[in-house]
Design a protein around this ligand. Sequence first.
Ligand code: ADP
Ligand code: MG
Length: 138
Amino acid sequence: MQRTLSIIKPDGVAKNVIGQIVSRFEADGLRIAAMRMMQLSEREAGAFYAVHKDRPFFKDLVSFMVSGPVVVMVLEGDDAILRNRNLMGATNPAEADAGTIRADFADSIDANTVHGSDAPETAAQEIRFFFGERELSA
Ligand code: ADP
Ligand code: MG
């Protein structure tokens, strides 16, 4: 059993496809262990993406992540990190495999609909960033 952090980014929420995205996780056998809709502040978005702070796209990434509400959730299941990444598709939706979330819903590399943790260490850190023990105990 493994846990990973998923975010439905502002474009996914604005497109009204929260349910469709969550359905894909559930259909793949991932369980929603915790979930919240929220508006990120610039400080929170910057802290969450701190690993990218020196990249040229950092400012645009933070602006985009605060442009509307997001849905943050913890997905749980065997191999959850990799399975979520496979459901998401490549970072650039133009390169994402057919049938992936990004291929089906994303408009650009900026507005690419979903975030997913990329490794066990980042998953643990990202889950802790958004959720406390009480929310994860269900
Ligand atoms: P992923 O979200 O697939 O794990 P990264 O961790 O590399 O991708 O990047 C985080 C986010 O930053 C991406 O989802 C995307 O929104 C944005 N991003 C990454 N690379 C670029 C780029 N070259 N130009 C613009 N935005 C980018
Ligand atoms: Mg990443």
